[in-house]
Design a protein around this ligand. Structure first.
Ligand SMILES: Cc1ncc(COP(=O)(O)O)c(C=O)c1O
Length: 408
């Protein structure tokens, strides 16, 4: 199998470095951890993108989550275009904003209201403000290694530009540990406003971990007993586990759910949804942004959700993900490697376990990428409804060829 050349990506990166600090920043920049990798796309369609060198990839990152129906989905794009023709960001808010809120309240089981913003981090931050406004308390509990965005309190202590005070009211505990939760509650009795966590643990550079049996039930009970607002950060997992909220799959009811990424199949919008008990609190928080009222992303979100509901997309995506996981595990075993797949099938984290420092794993991923299957070695992947059985078959062929080349 021929391997790809990335010289046009590299040349563009050189140019970028002169005018954009670091060339590519944030999570997109991290992809450069793999030395030979595409950096810029020329077009995308369905489950694929083509890079500026003309290489075609089956994309298992889906723009880090947004592409849930596949790139350039005709129904979603038509809805967005139609709204643009009427007016996108206008001096007044749009009827489609009301329709979208109604749709989310209909779909998301716990939701009595919805509030819209742009990025996931806008609404994870808002959720903590709501928890504080509702309780009159200061402290926020979070999970070690959990990611909620880039506001100072969400970052690791000592990250560039943060100060100690940013973390003064943040308490971090380990995932799946009810004993640490109980300890934190007793150490800070009556002071904890909210507990924020993703529905399962999806750190980078580590196997992903589902909740242990009874974990969420215990968390919910403790939060209720202590008057702590329970916030699910479903920004990453939302719509890929259960359309009604990932908490429904894990059998518990939070007070607030943060949504983003897959909400509008790539258009910029996020949402905080919550229960009636927090309606007044969210109304009392001043949170807005110039672009928050853009109505084309709202029309896209409405069309996206309608399509997801019509096709029971979460179930479909999990089935496709299962085929990929089973197939890759078998291909690895046939070649003498052990591939561990963790997390839900719709968002699989991959790791070859045959060495301790992930050298083999990084090598295998790089060989898959230069053969046309876009994986990342340190992050969970994303399956979309556009991934076909033919994509999976082709990917298994690429994975097999990558393993064979490693053995040589
Ligand atoms: C779980 C989770 N929460 C919040 C965020 C922040 O979302 P955004 O990057 O859209 O601000 C992310 C982004 O990766 C995420 O994965």
């Amino acid at each position: 199998m021929d391997t790809y050349d990335f010289s046009s990506s590299r040349a563009l990166f050189e140019r970028a470095g002169r005018v954009i600090p670091g060339g590519i920043y944030g999570h997109y920049g991290l992809a450069m951890i793999t030395p030979e990798t595409p950096l810029y796309f020329s077009k995308a369609e369905g489950s694929h993108f083509v890079d500026v060198d003309g290489n075609r990839f089956i994309d298992y990152m889906c723009a880090y989550g947004p592409s849930i129906l596949g790139y350039n989905h005709p129904v979603v794009d038509a809805a967005a275009r139609e709204q643009v023709n009427r007016g996108n960001t206008v001096t007044l808010s749009s009827p489609v904003m009301v329709e979208l809120a109604e749709k989310l309240v209909e779909l998301i089981t716990i939701a009595d209201w919805a509030f819209f913003a742009k990025n996931g981090g806008d609404v994870t931050n808002l959720a903590t403000l709501v928890a504080r406004a509702a309780t009159g308390r200061k402290k926020i509990l979070k999970i070690n290694g959990g990611y909620h965005g880039v506001a100072p309190w969400m970052q690791e202590p000592e990250s560039g530009g943060t100060v100690d005070e940013d973390f003064a009211n943040i308490i971090s505990i380990d995932w799946n540990s009810t004993s640490q939760l109980e300890q934190a509650i007793s150490d800070h009795k009556g002071l904890i406003a909210g507990f924020i966590s993703s529905p399962y643990h999806h750190p980078v550079f580590q196997d992903n971990v589902l909740p242990e049996e009874g974990y969420w039930a215990a968390v919910e009970k403790l939060c209720r007993r202590e008057g702590i607002v329970l916030i699910v950060d479903d920004v990453r997992a939302g719509f890929r586990i259960d359309l009604r909220g990932s908490n429904e799959f894990f059998g518990f009811k939070p007070d607030l759910i943060c949504l983003g990424k897959a909400l509008a199949n790539g258009y910029p919008i996020s949402a905080l949804v919550g229960t009636d008990a927090l309606r007044e609190a969210v109304q009392g928080v001043f949170c807005t942004g110039t672009m928050y009222f853009g109505s084309a992303p709202m029309a896209a979100a409405l069309a996206n959700i309608t399509e997801l509901m019509k096709n029971d997309a979460a179930a479909l995506i999990n089935q496709t993900g299962r085929k990929l996981a089973d197939g890759l595990t078998k291909v690895a075993a046939d070649n003498g490697f052990d591939l561990k797949v963790s997390g839900p099938y719709s968002m699989p984290y991959l790791r070859i376990t045959n060495d301790d420092d992930m050298t083999l794993h990084f090598d295998w991923i790089a060989r898959c990428v230069e053969r046309g299957a876009y994986f990342l070695p340190y992050h969970n992947h994303f399956i979309s409804a556009a991934h076909t059985d033919a994509d999976i078959e082709e990917t298994l062929g690429i994975a097999n060829d990558a393993f064979q080349s490693m053995k040589q």
